[in-house]
Design a protein around this ligand. Structure first.
Ligand code: F6P
Length: 326
């Protein structure tokens, strides 16, 4: 096993709160173990275009509380081509790096897996995405903070919905997964939660809303995952309005506010733990795995399983949500 002496760290894909805490953990753990640590800017683009910066312990001072990523991030089309990956490999070798920690989501680990097979280069990953759609970890870095952001927004919207007796359709992120919608809907006490994992029948939704109104509910919050089969919040609101013109409806699309903000304590601790363990994993000769936390235990999941294995949505929680909001 080749000795690890110099490692790199990068953030890739959609940013998420806690990425900086993870970068900090990778740098501090690497330095503690006598390694040199390089930051690579803008995800895989920086690997290809040689944007390497040597990081010292002080380089990551005062960032644990900051959202976003000091290394910047991107989605790299070039890395999807062999020539791009080859250039990246040549840069890694020229800088004498012998290991890499990538912080990102599905696309990040897809690229990393390909790279390892093509160039036999050690890479470990940590799940940096608000979507929580990776198999092999209960929570991804940024998910808890995003949930709190959505919950606070829902509370504010509920004030005005209640004042005007309105139905609000609130669209949340999550790409093609409903994890943000499900838990933020429960935390916000939503009257309905629409997620891609469960087919939404418009008549069923209307029946649920009318039942609530018959029980003297005078306003309501419907959380719509952006990937829902019925469409986004605008489409769903229109379908409901067409069938129930007497409802006063409004739409709020939360958008990228869900990606920012100071990470929660949970995300800071998760990010620190996974970054710390990712470096130790490289030192132990591991590669090609995402470091995650399942039932409070650190686990290692091969990249292809982390991205392809479908993470189940908790249907019992969805049933509970319907009962609690009825
Ligand atoms: O993957 C994180 C995410 O925020 C998704 O939930 C969302 O669909 C997507 O990124 C938005 O991508 P962009 O930031 O490129 O608009």
């Amino acid at each position: 096993m080749k000795e690890i002496k110099r490692i790199g760290v990068l953030t890739s894909g959609g940013d998420s709160p806690g990425m900086n805490a993870c970068i900090r953990a990778v740098v501090r753990t690497g330095i503690f173990n006598g390694l040199e640590v390089y930051g690579i800017k803008r995800g895989y683009n920086g690997l290809i275009h040689d944007e390497f910066i040597a990081l010292e312990s002080h380089s990551v001072s005062n960032i644990i509380q900051r959202g976003g990523t000091i290394l910047k991030t991107a989605r790299s089309m070039e890395f999807m081509e062999y020539d791009g990956r080859k250039k990246a490999y040549e840069n890694l070798k020229r800088h004498g790096l012998d290991g890499l920690v990538v912080i990102g989501g599905n696309g990040t680990f897809t690229g990393a897996d390909l790279f390892i097979h093509e160039f036999d280069f050690p890479i470990m990953g940590t799940p940096g995405t608000i979507d929580n759609d990776l198999y092999g970890t209960d929570m991804t870095i940024g998910y808890d903070t995003a949930l709190n952001t959505v919950m606070e927004a829902v509370d504010k919207i509920r004030d005005t919905a209640d004042s005007h007796n309105r139905l609000f359709f609130i669209e949340v992120m999550g790409r093609d997964a409903g994890f943000i919608a499900l838990r933020s809907g429960i935390a916000g006490g939503a009257e309905a939660i629409l997620i891609p994992e469960t087919i939404t029948y418009i008549d069923e939704l209307i029946e649920m809303l009318e039942t609530g109104f018959r029980k003297n509910k005078q306003s309501g919050i419907i959380i719509v995952a952006e990937g829902d089969d019925l469409g986004g919040a605008i489409e769903v609101a229109k379908k409901v309005k067409d069938k129930m013109p007497y409802f006063d409806t409004r739409v709020t699309i939360l958008g990228h506010i869900q990606r920012g903000g100071s990470p929660s304590s949970y995300d800071r601790i998760l990010a620190s733990t996974l970054g710390f363990m990712a470096v130790n994993a490289l030192l132990a000769g591991r590669r090609g795995e995402m470091v995650g936390m399942v039932n409070k235990k650190v686990v290692y999941t091969p990249f292809d399983k982390a991205i392809k294995h479908h993470k189940e949505i908790n249907q019992e929680m969805l049933k509970m949500a319907r009962i609690l909001s009825s």
